[in-house]
Design a binder for this molecule. Structure first.
Ligand code: HEC
Length: 244
């Protein structure tokens, strides 16, 4: 009985200590040992993921000094709109001056603006903004249909599963992220060319009609997807900003 009580007591004390240590490390994190003057994106911006999922690639930023060299041990902090989480949200740069975080998007479809910041020795804040895209169910369906029907012509790059037909096409289609072209087309025009093919807009018949293959809601899903991924953005609605 006595032995049991002591054991339980020990477990409770260990748990309490463990809880405290964990809390302390996550709240304070490693202490910065150096400071830079600039913050740049290394990779991971403009990714496309599903709502509530972790982006396929981590986001990597770099703290630089006045000469553009990476600074190791500099502080970095990430902030995002409600529902976005970072693993980790803050810390210090590695030996090459970089800081890496995994980003989980919120539950709303749209563009998410993320903020990264560091500060100089004089406590002056240096900020960087990044943007990521979260696809909802409708846009996810659109992405799937794109992969099934459109990508082989509209994406110039081949993958192990799919050889691109792009180079064989006399008239070159655009990638759906090319907002400079696609943003100028109205919803009605997009629906017309997807349903009835290129000739519907006096364009090349190399763009086939999909009105018999796809349901109306599938064409709408493609439209929603094309609008969501365009760069520059089609329209700012559905943009979620960093909460300070
Ligand atoms: C066999 C190749 C091919 C496939 C498959 C294809 N397209 Fe196209 N598409 C074209 C070509 C070629 C053009 C350019 C026509 C022109 O500019 O005259 C085009 C043009 C377009 C345009 C006008 C903007 C642009 O890129 O110039 C849209 C929108 C479009 N396609 C959507 C789709 C969608 C959505 C799908 C899948 C459901 C699809 N296309 C599948 C070849 C294709």
């Amino acid at each position: 009985m006595m032995r049991q009580t002591i054991l339980v007591g020990l477990i409770v004390i260990c748990a309490a200590l463990w809880g405290c240590t964990r809390k302390n490390t996550s709240a304070v994190g490693p202490t910065p040992t150096a400071f830079g003057t600039a913050l740049v994106e290394s990779s991971g911006g403009k990714q496309i993921g599903g709502v509530g999922t972790t982006l396929p690639q981590p986001v990597v930023v770099q703290v630089n000094d006045d000469q553009g060299n990476g600074v190791a041990g500099a502080p970095v902090e990430f902030t995002g709109p409600r529902g976005v989480s970072f693993d980790p949200a803050s810390g210090v740069t590695d030996s090459s001056g970089q800081f890496t975080t995994n980003v989980m998007l919120g539950s709303m479809a749209g563009r998410y603006q993320l903020g990264a910041s560091t500060h100089t020795k004089a406590q002056k804040s240096v900020d960087l903004k990044l943007e990521e895209i979260a696809l909802g169910d409708q846009e996810r369906l659109g992405a799937h249909l794109d992969e099934t029907y459109c990508n082989r012509c509209h994406n110039p790059e081949s993958t192990p599963e799919r050889v691109s037909n792009y180079d064989n096409l006399e008239v070159k289609p655009h990638s759906f992220t090319e907002g400079d072209t696609l943003n100028k087309m109205s919803d009605a025009d997009l629906t017309a060319i997807i349903s009835h093919g290129g000739p519907a807009l006096n364009k090349s018949p190399l763009m086939p009609p999909y009105g018999y293959t796809l349901k109306k809601m599938e064409i709408q899903a493609l439209l929603a997807y094309i609008r969501m991924v365009s760069d520059p953005p089609y329209r700012p609605a559905g943009t979620y900003y960093v909460q300070k």
